[in-house]
Design a protein around this ligand. Structure first.
Ligand SMILES: [Zn+2]
Length: 262
């Protein structure tokens, strides 16, 4: 019944929210056509757990990185360990990395320093980056622009900026990640933006267990729900769901280049 190939490019499958039923969660995702899932680490142990899942579940890939909310966990051993993890064949990106001035769990200068170090690591290894950006769009885009010479590419995950920021990101060669909030009643600005952005620049994500889309709000999010995001994008663009599913999966395969490992 589902010939569709969906991809959830951002799902925290390793989080303990899935400890009780992780295998069923992955099966439910497959049942609605989710063939590929990327699990980005948020710190060293989460990155390690994501890699373990990628080794034991077909179609699951990992990213290794330290999230800005975990920036204070960074020490002298972190970068060499990340470098080691990032050479694993199932690791398709450096992430989740970035800046978060909303939660503000670490000083801005610390966040920026480890963001830059991880961008440099991605450039060194030729890997794309998965970027978390909250209330920090200007600084993220400024730092990416500075690093552009190193031929970085990646995704601005769960994008929440405006049209101008999106255009800057596209000009820097970045993809725009769309999550559950695009399905919310009060998301007129994001919906307008998505209706205008070219499909070939979009990726779809759940950020599960967070950001549950309508009509499952209030429940734990899971990768099967990425189809609600795809359906909303299809409706906003007046396209068949199949077209959105195929295009966003092709975009993900191009950015994360998993053909070498799949
Ligand atoms: Zn995330």
């Amino acid at each position: 019944m589902f010939a569709m190939q969906l991809t959830d490019t951002h799902c925290h499958l390793d989080f303990d929210a899935f400890d009780a039923d992780r295998s069923q969660v992955i099966e439910r995702a497959r049942a609605v056509g989710v063939q590929w899932i990327i699990d980005p680490g948020v710190d060293l142990s989460s990155s390690r757990a994501a890699i373990r899942l990628s080794e034991t579940h077909a179609g699951v890939f990992a990213a290794a990185g330290v999230h800005p909310n975990d920036a204070l966990s960074w020490d002298n051993h972190t970068l060499p360990e990340l470098r080691q993890m990032a050479t694993h064949p199932r690791v398709v990106a450096v992430g989740e990395i970035g800046l978060d001035y909303y939660r503000d769990r670490a000083p801005k200068d610390v966040q920026q320093r480890i963001f830059r170090q991880q961008l440099d690591l991605a450039a060194e290894l030729g890997l794309p980056v998965i970027i978390h950006c909250r209330n920090a769009t200007a600084d993220v885009l400024r730092i990416l622009a500075e690093k552009r010479a190193s031929t970085l590419k990646g995704v601005l995950h769960s994008f929440s900026g405006d049209q101008a920021a999106a255009e800057q990101a596209l000009a820097l060669g970045f993809w725009i990640g769309i999550t559950g909030p695009v399905t919310f009643q009060n998301a007129a600005d994001l919906q307008l933006l998505v209706s205008r952005l070219p499909l070939e620049n979009l990726l779809i994500e759940t950020d599960a267990p967070f950001l549950t889309p309508h009509p499952r709000r209030g429940q734990r999010n899971e990768p099967a729900h990425v189809h609600f995001v795809a359906e909303k994008i299809a409706a906003l663009k007046g396209l068949p769901l199949q077209v959105v599913a195929e295009a966003t999966t092709a975009n993900a395969a191009r950015l994360f280049d998993w053909s070498k490992t799949a």
